[in-house]
Design a protein around this ligand. Structure first.
Ligand SMILES: Nc1ncnc2c1ncn2[C@@H]1O[C@H](COP(=O)(O)OP(=O)(O)O)[C@@H](O)[C@H]1O
Ligand SMILES: [Mg+2]
Length: 364
């Protein structure tokens, strides 16, 4: 499991938006993703359509040591499923009490709560993406302790650069103290290329941070706000919107970079010959009668080596396609009543050799 904390002590720079939409794009491309909402404001929980007030137990019960001999709630018991591959460990306002609650504990111990909890589900997910509150307290420390990678969203329309040097120092100090290296990358967000100020700020960010800065820039896009309000990741709400394209590009950029663990072990990202695993993708359409799947994994022979299930749900027909694939990057299309089509819910695609576009699936 690659654990990535989304950190910036400044509010409104796109932490929650990045957490939910990066997670959504990774899940649509085939990864199993856990969103971890460490902000007591529970914006990620809300943005995935869950009401924190009606959730019985959240991360608070997992991270806090109860009185007496009771054990803390296991993380898996609070996890909610948005869909098959995208899950969330929800937050709630009580999480803000964790600071006082843990202050009696030994310093190292209270920083390690989330790390220990995530260890218990590490086999079940390819990614854990941790949304952090807009301050650097015990919750953010827990996130940094649990993560190996950090993404710092930086608003390009603001004096964002000033606070960030300080944040990078804090992160470096913390990794020294706990003897735990963190790979930090900067993500420019809320970019409006029409304003000269934003263009200049982006230039400054790029020259200041160089390779630490993602190539991807997240543009300002109102659809991102709408999707959050409807409790959906953008890729399942407005797949062709700029916001979906940008977070799709970020997901690819991230998936194509080695995680620090993989670099440490000198294992290439998509080791050919790694263990194969089951990959499930779905196509929904009421009008279609025959939907088959073809890709480079089956020599572009529709439905060869693919298990298929068809079911009806809420006025839709759903074709579920199950493949067993070793780690790698694959291109595919659906054949819908004889017509070759891109996957309508996968934002990641590449030009096909004979025109049109192929959808891209990454198996890790
Ligand atoms: N790229 C974007 N385009 C348009 N609105 C955005 C974008 N990123 C974030 N927002 C909106 O800006 C506000 C703050 O973003 P949010 O992700 O909640 O920041 P943070 O978690 O850092 O406080 C939210 O209303 C969100 O919907
Ligand atoms: Mg937030």
């Amino acid at each position: 499991m690659r654990t990535i904390a989304i950190v910036n002590q400044k509010g409104g720079c796109g932490k929650t938006t990045t957490t939910v939409n990066l997670a959504g794009c990774l899940a649509v491309a085939g990864s199993r993703v856990l969103v971890v909402d460490m902000d007591p404001q529970a914006h990620s929980t809300l943005a995935l359509g869950f009401d924190p007030e009606t959730i019985d137990e959240n991360l608070y019960e997992v991270l806090c040591e109860p009185a007496g001999h009771e054990a803390a709630t296991p993380l898996e018991e609070v996890i909610l499923a948005w869909d098959e591959r995208l899950h969330i460990a929800p937050s709630g306002i009580v999480l803000s009490a964790l600071e006082q609650k843990l202050s009696a504990d030994r310093a190292e111990d209270r920083m390690e709560r989330l790390w220990r909890a995530l260890e218990s589900v590490a086999e079940r997910y390819d990614y854990a993406i941790i949304d952090c509150p807009p301050n650097v307290g015990v919750l953010t420390f827990n996130a940094l302790r649990a993560a190996r990678e950090v993404i710092v969203p930086l608003e390009t329309s603001d004096f964002a650069i000033h606070g960030v040097q300080k944040l990078l120092e804090t992160i470096a100090l913390l990794s020294d103290r706990i003897g735990h290296e963190l790979a930090v990358r900067i993500l420019p967000t809320l970019y409006d290329g029409r304003t000269r100020y934003a263009r200049e700020t982006l230039g400054e960010i790029r020259s200041l941070f160089g390779d630490l800065c993602f190539d991807t820039v997240v543009r300002s896009n109102i659809k991102l706000r709408e999707a959050a309000r409807r409790g959906r990741p953008i890729v399942s709400y407005a797949r062709s919107a700029n916001g979906a394209q940008d977070y799709g590009a970020l997901a690819i950029e991230l998936a194509l970079t080695l995680s620090p663990d993989e670099i440490g072990e000198q294992v290439p990202d998509f080791a050919p010959g790694g263990p194969a695993r089951e990959v499930v993708i779905q196509f929904r359409d009421l009008g279609a009668t025959d939907v088959r799947l073809a890709g480079d994994f089956n020599g572009w022979v529709p439905d060869k080596d693919v298990r298929s299930l068809v079911q009806a749900e809420a006025g839709d027909r759903i074709w579920t396609k199950i493949l067993t694939l070793p780690p790698g990057t694959y291109h595919y299309r659906y054949v819908v009543d004889g017509e070759w089509r891109e996957d309508p819910v996968n934002p990641v695609s590449a030009p096909g050799p004979v025109g049109g576009r192929n959808s891209v699936l990454v198996v890790r």
